[in-house]
Design a protein around this ligand. Structure first.
Ligand code: G6Q
Length: 546
């Protein structure tokens, strides 16, 4: 263990009994000292079991792990994804709209002109579709966009289109099909018309079984519903790095939007993988999304660690996982339109840092990524928040809220006020808790008997002292959303540096893919080879009715 890690362990033992409520009572500046603004976001991390010393030690840990140098290496386009020998340059995708002077080169080549060229392609195409200039095979304008992709080629665009649904014009519908379960495609196809539907086949590799299966079925459906082979070009476009596979599938490569191997799947919504977003919300809003992320990138690249939002969010997370023993992290957006954010962050964080060997392949000696999960508030309060308040484990929560509702779509202001009141109340309740004395006083006031009070009190006590962060933005806009997503991307990067893992590969998804191919082949032939374990053989036999 490093010197900073050992120092943090001793410090943890020394402040084991820290009560956040006492810290607030003793320090009127705690909320100010443990909060900051960046790129239009406000982060309050004061409701964590930390002191000024904890913060200094965590920053020392980051420095000891070479965070600044590793961050600079990413921005410099070095091949930091070592197991795939690739640069990690999603930040360059946001530079196409940035006004900064920073250069983004991969292998000595400035990549920003390429980024801009694809953005222009996306702009032309999205305008044509939105303005009704791009016609379907009967001459009608496009009314429905169907994005066919999975994982990184689905979760980001889906999350953003949901989050910014108020920016989508009436009459334009955006659908996402990811699951190979035919029910997913069937559900969408039964609600659209072949004449007016545009399919975007989004796949970096263009070899993903689920996506190609769905795309092939969508094309068959199109041909069965009035389209001809010659019409396919008007209704199918592709987003990929693999032009040969796109052409083989039968999509005109003139209608292919490219990106590059230095864009990881779960970091790709900023690339042409965001085509469905650009069409849905318009290119100007898509560029605002990029601009928000670019602002957070600049903050991350330049702010000292003491005032660096992604670094602080990450380090507090490391404290909670590695020193307080948290094994999961709840994300609770108090914004219904962010309802897919927890699922998106699940992939971003867990696929990036869900690793158990370090960058050199040696087993980790500390815990890495916690389980990320969550649901929007206030719904979660009426479901799983019970466990957050009174369960046996400590589960840190990220509360995320916009101070103002979308001005154009605002209902009665009481909705938003109540939403915020609940958001703030939950973090307060988790931190302050309710003591046995308080419970007793309440029950006495209700004129309960001593026996009833004694029986009920333990059930109504809240231990409190449970950590949370609160992230606020003024309004949920493309810009603030861009900054929010980039914040979490960089948080993941920082945690990857501390845990010393490669945050940019995902070998853990390969084994299941390999085995599925074998099993699918056998199910197709109706045979079960002896190459499987007893359970799998029995399951396959059942599926085959044998
Ligand atoms: C993301 C992962 C993974 C990937 C999907 C889809 O970082 O690599 O989720 O995005 O497997 O891959 P394709 O885009 O190549 O179809």
């Amino acid at each position: 263990m490093s010197a900073a890690w050992t120092a943090l362990e001793s410090h943890h033992a020394a402040i084991a009994n820290l009560r956040m409520a006492d810290e607030f009572a003793n320090d009127s500046k705690r909320a100010t000292n443990f909060s900051l603004d960046a790129a239009g976001l406000f982060l309050d991390y004061s409701k964590n079991r930390i002191t000024t010393e904890t913060k200094s030690l965590l920053i020392a840990l980051a420095r000891e792990h070479g965070l600044e140098a590793r961050r600079n290496a990413m921005f410099a386009g070095e091949h930091i994804n070592t197991t795939e020998n690739r640069a990690v340059m999603h930040v360059a995708l946001r530079a196409g709209v940035g006004r900064g002077a920073r250069r983004f080169s991969v292998d000595g080549k400035d990549v920003v002109p390429e980024v801009k060229r694809v953005l222009e392609h996306m702009q032309r195409f999205s305008h044509q579709v939105r303005d009704g200039v791009w016609k379907g095979y009967t001459g009608s304008a496009i009314t429905d966009i169907v994005n066919i992709g999975i994982g990184g080629s689905d979760l980001g665009p889906l999350m953003v289109c949901e989050a910014l649904r108020t920016y989508i014009p009436q009459g334009l519908n955006v659908h996402f099909v990811s699951n190979v379960d035919g029910a997913a495609l069937d559900c969408v196809l039964s609600s659209v018309d072949a004449e007016t539907t545009l399919f975007i086949v989004a796949s970096k590799t263009f070899t993903t079984q689920e996506t190609l299966t769905n795309a092939t079925s969508a094309r068959s459906w199109f041909l069965e519903n009035g389209g001809t082979h010659a019409d396919v070009a008007k209704h199918f476009v592709a987003v990929s790095t693999n032009a040969a596979a796109v052409a083989k599938f039968g999509i005109d490569t003139a209608n292919m939007f490219e990106f590059w191997d230095w864009v990881g799947g779960r970091y790709s919504l900023w690339s042409a993988i965001g085509l469905s977003i650009a069409i849905a919300i318009g290119m100007d809003a898509f560029e605002e999304l990029l601009a928000g992320a670019n602002e957070m990138d600049e903050h991350f690249a330049t702010a000292p660690l003491e005032k660096n939002m992604p670094a602080l969010l990450a380090l507090v997370g490391v404290w909670n996982v590695n020193f307080l023993g948290a094994t999961s992290q709840c994300v609770a957006p108090y914004a219904q339109d962010l309802h897919r954010l927890p699922a998106y962050l699940q992939q971003l964080e867990m696929e990036s840092n869900g690793k158990s060997v370090d960058r050199d392949g040696k087993p980790l000696t500390m815990a890495s990524c916690p389980v990320i999960w969550g649901e929007p508030g206030t719904n979660g309060q009426h479901a799983f928040f019970q466990l957050l308040h009174q369960g046996t484990s400590t589960i840190p929560v990220d509360f995320i809220a916009a101070l103002h509702a979308d001005s154009e779509h605002e209902l009665d202001a009481s909705h938003h006020r109540l939403l915020l009141a609940n958001c703030f109340a939950q973090s307060e309740a988790l931190m302050v808790g309710k003591s046995a004395e308080q419970v007793r006083a309440e029950l006495v006031a209700q004129r309960m008997s001593e026996a009833e009070i004694a029986a009920l009190t333990p059930h109504k006590v809240f231990s409190g002292n449970r950590p949370s962060n609160t992230l606020l933005m003024s309004e949920l806009t493309p810009k603030s959303l861009g900054a929010l997503i980039a914040l979490y991307e960089h948080k993941v990067f920082v945690q990857g540096v501390i845990w010393n893992v490669n945050s940019f590969d995902q070998w853990g998804v390969e084994l299941g893919k390999q085995l599925a191919k074998t099993i699918d082949g056998e199910l197709k032939l109706g045979v079960v080879s002896g190459a499987h374990d007893g359970s799998t053989v029995a399951l396959m036999r059942r599926a085959l009715g044998k």
